[in-house]
Write a protein that binds this ligand. Structure first.
Ligand SMILES: [Zn+2]
Length: 61
């Protein structure tokens, strides 16, 4: 199951969305913000097609 998940970009604070594949119980990957194009580390966990944990973090020091 693919779900569109909305969150706030840690750089530009715009509300953006990602598509999460909820058939994978846990994933971490880098995705560029669709507004400011800076890399965001997306981390999430899913249980029975429900997002139970989600984090979007800046990877820049
Ligand atoms: Zn952004």
């Amino acid at each position: 199951m693919i779900e569109e998940y909305f969150f706030t970009c840690p750089y530009c604070w715009q509300r953006i969305s990602v598509l999460l594949d909820l058939s994978t119980p846990e994933q971490t990957y880098i995705e560029d913000c669709e507004v400011c194009c800076r890399p965001i580390r997306i981390r999430y966990a899913a249980v029975q097609d429900e997002v139970v944990d989600f984090a979007a973090e800046s990877i820049e020091q």
